[in-house]
Every structure is written in C-alpha cells, then in structure tokens.
Design a protein around this ligand. Sequence first.
Ligand code: NDP
Ligand code: PMR
Length: 385
Amino acid sequence: MALQAALLPSTLSVPKKGNLAAVVKDTAFLTVPQKLRVPSLSVRAQAAATAPVATPGASTSTKDAKKTLRQGAVVITGASSGLGLAAAKALAETGKWHVVMACRDFLKAAKAAKGAGMAEGSYTIMHLDLASLDSVRQFVDNFRRAGMPLDSLVCNAAIYRPTARTPTFTADGYEMSVGVNHLGHFLLARLLLDDLRKSDYPSRRLIILGSITGNTNTLAGNIPPKAGLGDLRGLAGGLRGQNGSAMIDGAESFDGAKAYKDSKICNMLTMQELHRRYHEETDITFASLYPGCIATTGLFREHIPLFRLLFPPFQKFITKGFVSEAESGKRLAQVVSDPSLTKSGVYWSWNRDSASFENQLSQEASDPEKARKLWEISEKLVGLA
Ligand code: NDP
Ligand code: PMR
C-alpha cells in the first residue's frame, strides 16, 4: 500500500539535499526598539495575568495600581519557517512582543517575515547557526550588544534526516540532528539563562520544543525506530561516528529518524533539568510542548516525496492529529505569553478542542537520573565543564 509504504519508516535512500542553507553572516549593529527600553521601575512583582500592556514608551508609574508593562522581547530559534515563523507572527501581531528571529539563513528569514506579513519594526533578525557552537556564542554576544532585554527564549529550530543512513556532522564534529536540536540549544539556553535572570519582566520563560514521537507512552512514539538513549555511551563518546558511535545509545549503525527522536528526548529532559536546577531560585518558567502534528512544515523536506504527499491527509483524516502552521503558532505563542501557562516543568499539549493540558511524558523522557547524566555530558561537549 502506497500510504503504508510512505508512512512507515523507509529503507529507501533518496538523494540528500544540502543540509545547511547558505549562511549569511549578519553582524550589523542593532539598536534597541523604543518599546523595549526597560522602564526604570521593575514590574516583576506583579502577576502577568493582571498587568496590562504598555503603549509605546510607557512605563510603570506608581507602586500599586495601574501598572503598565513594557513590550516583551522573545528570541525564537528557527523562525524562518513552519512553527517558529507562525509563532513569531502570532506574537508580533499582538503588539506585546518584539520577536528576535534567530536564524541560520538571514535572507530566507527576511523573506519569510515579509511573506507572512509581519510588520516592520515588530521583529529583528539575528544570525544563529546551531550547527556551530562558535555561532551560538557569537549570537549571544550580538544579542547582548544590541542591548535588548530577554524575557522569553524559545528553542524551536530542528532538523530531521529520516532517510539518512550515514551521519553528517556539525562544525564541532557532533552528529548533526543531536548537535543542532540538542547541543546547540543546550549551550544557547545555558548562556542566555543569565539574560533571562536579569529581565524585569513579570513572567520570564524558557521553552524547548519536544514531541510525541520522542515519547514511547504514545502510539506515535511506538512507530519504529523508537526513541531511546540507552546509557548515553555514544553521547559520552562524542557522537563522532568514526571511532565511536554517532548515535546517543552507542549503536553501531546510524539511523537518522531515531537520531531526531532521541534529540527530542534530550530536549524534554533538558527542560526538566533546567526546572529542577533553576526554577526555585530564578522564578523562570521552564516548559516544553507537543504542538500537534504540523504535517506541512519544512521539517519533512528530506523525506521521500510520497511521504510528503500522503503525510498531511493521513494526519488530517486518519490520526486526526493534524494542526495547521497557524494553529500551532498560536499554541506556541500561548506557552510564551499566556498568563495561565506559567507553571514550570510542564510538557504542554492540546486536545481536539485546542485546549491546553499538562501531558504525561514517557518514563525515559522524565527520568531525572538520565536528565542529570545528559546534562553533565552535554556540558562537557559544549565546553561548559
Ligand atoms: P521547519 O523545518 O519548518 O523549521 C525548522 C527551523 O529550524 C527552520 O527555520 C530551519 O531553518 C531551522 N534550522 C534548522 N537547522 C538550523 C541550524 N543549524 N541553525 C539554526 N536554525 C536551524 O520545522 P517545524 O516548524 O516543523 O519544526 C519546529 C519545531 O517543532 C522543531 O523543534 C520540531 O521538532 C518541533 N515539532 C514539529 C512537529 C511537526 O509535526 N512539524 C511536531 C512536533 C514537534 P531554515 O529555514 O534555514 O531551514
Ligand atoms: Mg506518525 C495517533 C497517531 C499519530 C500521531 C499523532 C502521529 C504524529 N503519528 C501517528 C501515528 C502514526 N504515524 C502511524 C499509525 C504511523 C504508521 C503508518 C505513523 C508513521 C509516521 C512516520 C513514518 N509518523 C511519522 C513518521 C515520520 O517520519 C514523522 C516522524 O517520526 O518524525 C520524527 C512522523 C510523525 N508522526 C506524528 C508526528 C508529530 C510526526 C512528526 C514529527 C515529530 O515528532 O516532530
């Protein structure tokens, strides 16, 4: 059956497109948008739920009543397409958020923002290639030099190489899917934690995208190849491929689909470890989410054409797990800014009526011992320990 053939993990190999789009380094000096200038009086003490939004340039006037809130600043990685772009648009359109689109392809991001109808001045594009730890550090430097506050960080970018039977590697020599989806974001989140701490915004949030396919307590998570980190021996060995394994669990052969799903477990474990280590002390909200199956995005660009053709109708009419890019963007925007989603350490999902709920992670994706071990190995790999 064509449907089954296309949707079941394929052993077919197809010519692979270049993984990384042409990179445009943009180091243009950035100025802080007026609305983002931090008011002299901190508003952190107020509940996000009750704080009205500032008109441009407005600031807090008295200690108690009529608090106004400056515009928030949110960094979204991979905002040049799919979910990241839709969330950037949804947040920018509210006027409450200035969106920093952290993207590897500056021109693509600029076109995407324009094409989506995002108003000039509602966003800033900054270069970030998560496949290079130097680029991550450079981004953090550039962001700080731009003088903006950081109120929310969304680790959204990802690559998925479902048909790859041989690994590719980041600039630092780590397998690409885990390198980009997990290690790049791990370093980014760790470095920007300081900036989130400094923010005077009432509800500061750090969000990392997870997925149903990384959770083996679901039907979708049981479609082979199943996610599984094993004892992390491949990661501890540096995911290099040549003299060791390119897979986190240390498997000899490379499986691109599994590498993606493994990276999503890492994303969900990292969010929980951040919560355990920093929530109480900083009051930052750490969250992850499964936004629904956004079957039309660029994530599936390397899949076989038949899959790309059949996957959206399969998700729409058979699993009924399909969501449009616009709807998923609203969901992610909710996790960034909805006053009712301030609980930390949660993996959010949505039911068929698009109502959010706290979802259960699989045993592995919520294993605190594994999260600690993952944290310690990742620290070494990104040069933080
Ligand atoms: P897209 O492919 O549309 O978007 C991925 C984004 O990541 C693109 O902007 C891409 O940039 C960027 N990116 C890829 N590699 C790098 C890199 N090296 N450095 C910086 N940016 C990079 O996919 P989605 O919108 O579907 O995925 C977004 C998130 O949602 C991912 O974390 C994914 O795991 C998650 N998710 C998606 C689901 C789905 O059904 N689609 C379901 C569950 C979770 P460029 O435009 O230059 O390629
Ligand atoms: Mg899956 C309840 C059913 C359900 C849901 C919500 C998803 C989501 N999928 C479901 C079921 C099935 N899928 C079934 C029954 C099959 C076998 C026919 C199936 C197959 C399948 C494939 C081959 N599904 C896939 C693939 C992919 O390549 C996608 C993937 O694993 O990406 C890592 C995928 C997905 N299914 C989903 C979601 C959300 C994805 C993609 C994205 C992701 O996890 O980020």
